[in-house]
Design a protein around this ligand. Structure first.
Ligand SMILES: Cc1cc2nc3c(=O)[nH]c(=O)nc-3n(C[C@H](O)[C@H](O)[C@H](O)COP(=O)(O)OP(=O)(O)OC[C@H]3O[C@@H](n4cnc5c(N)ncnc54)[C@H](O)[C@@H]3O)c2cc1C
Length: 394
């Protein structure tokens, strides 16, 4: 076992750190507005970050999920919303196309994602279907003798929904709870132009403001049957593999935000003086910093392990690292809230204002316990695996 990052990994982390520090971090105030930062996105694209995990033959950087963890951490250290929008397009849509797509689908869509020409969105959640994915109601009916499908329904809380030109939609094609689900790729630009895809709204949120979270309505949206990802009825396993593979990225977001909180706390306590001393000289403050650093490292190590397993075992063995992926996501998403809150406390009154960046981190941290499976769902996944290993099936 080797806990050291390779020279290449360290260089990638450093390069991303410098990029994020120069091109994202200075804009933190603006990124609290409900407006996607296209100028920053274009710089990210120019620097090659749009296609991190996309294979090189499609124009991407061909990074493994471990390397993508390093990139995501550094992006989110600067801003949670930017890190989310860039990451979701790749890990929730690019990755499943790479894993399950036909050559035509890969050749058509992956270069567009990798080059930054388009952003993509993963559409699973609905107004009446959140944690219970098997209750999805959005319908995809066969049409024109099976050559096309007609999609009808509403998707809610979709990251990048209003700005994405490609959607991966989990829709119902049959009655069975699980085998009746199918993943379908939708050319969103075309559907919007035809009026069969309506962006109903972008939510006002408590954090990650610059990353749009949308409600999308499909009204008899016709797509070719060739747009089915995998095969009809395989939507459930594709979704589970995709979410398991992507959970280490939520851990990376948490680690990045927590590192950003520690950065802010370190700067503040080494500048601010009370009782004639720097705050950093007080033993209690040192204890708080030490605990932040320890918990952050524990989250990072759990995240590293999950990302490493994702690369080592691959999508077909996702069941074998489901527990580790959920542990990484659950721990990082809980600990980041605690770390951000302690870091804000160390800012005193300033930590309760919008003038200090720590407030933005506190707000952004909140969402990680919710998306890609709430904490309750991660606990369920972990406990189910744990009990199964003990010979008890639920
Ligand atoms: C900013 C943001 C971005 C998002 N991006 C996307 C996206 O890109 N694509 C997408 O498809 N979705 C996305 N989501 C949706 C997200 O994945 C869901 O919000 C999440 O899965 C929870 O679903 P829900 O909101 O319907 O809550 P519910 O499922 O209604 O849960 C409400 C509460 O009940 C608890 N609960 C539910 N079932 C159980 C149970 N069996 N046992 C114990 N407790 C339970 C939950 O843990 C939670 O605390 C996003 C959400 C947000 C906020």
């Amino acid at each position: 076992m080797n806990f050291r990052l390779t020279g290449e990994q360290l260089a990638l982390k450093e390069q991303t750190r410098n990029f994020a520090k120069n091109e994202i971090l200075p804009h933190w105030r603006r990124l609290r507005k409900k407006e996607f930062p296209w100028d920053i996105y274009r710089k990210l694209v120019e620097a090659g970050y749009a296609g991190g995990v996309i294979e090189e033959r499609y124009g991407g950087a061909g990074l493994g999920m471990f390397e993508f963890f390093l990139v995501t951490e550094e992006m989110c250290r600067a801003d949670g919303g930017v890190g989310l929008s860039i990451g979701a397009s790749q890990s929730l849509v690019g990755k499943p196309i790479q894993n399950f797509g036909t050559d035509e689908q890969k050749n058509y869509w992956l270069p567009k994602i990798a080059s930054g020409e388009i952003l993509a969105a993963y559409c699973q959640t609905e107004p009446d279907s959140g944690s219970d994915v098997s209750s999805i109601k959005t319908r995809a009916h066969q049409h024109s003798y099976g050559t096309t499908f007609r999609i009808t329904g509403t998707k809610q809380f979709i990251t990048n929904g209003s700005i994405a030109d490609l959607l991966l939609v989990l829709a119902r094609t049959g009655e069975h709870k699980y085998n009746g689900l199918t993943c379908i790729l939708v050319d969103a630009k075309k559907a919007r132009e035809e009026g069969t895809l309506i962006v109903e709204k972008d939510f006002d949120k408590l954090g990650i403001h610059c990353s749009p979270t949308s409600t999308l309505v499909f009204q008899d949206c016709i797509v070719p049957a060739l747009n089915i990802l995998g095969a009809e009825g395989t939507g459930w396993p594709i979704a589970m593999v995709t979410l398991t593979g992507s959970r280490s990225m939520i851990a990376a977001q948490g680690v990045g935000l927590a590192q950003g909180a520690l950065d802010e706390a370190l700067t503040y306590v080494t500048q601010r003086k009370q009782f004639g001393k720097h705050l950093a000289e007080f033993q209690r403050v040192q204890g708080q910093l030490a605990r932040i650093a320890m918990k952050l490292d524990a989250a990072r190590l759990l995240g590293y392990r999950a990302a490493w397993l994702t690369d080592e075992l691959g999508p077909m063995q996702a069941m074998d690292f489901m527990m580790e992926a959920s542990m990484a996501k659950l721990y990082a998403s809980e600990v980041v809230e605690e770390i951000a809150s302690t870091a804000a406390e160390l800012h005193g009154g300033m930590g309760f204002t919008t003038e200090a960046r720590i407030g933005a981190i506190v707000e952004d941290a909140r969402v990680l316990k919710i998306y890609e499976g709430t904490s309750a769902i991660q606990e369920y996944v972990i406990a189910r695996q744990l009990l199964a290993k003990h010979g008890f099936k639920i």
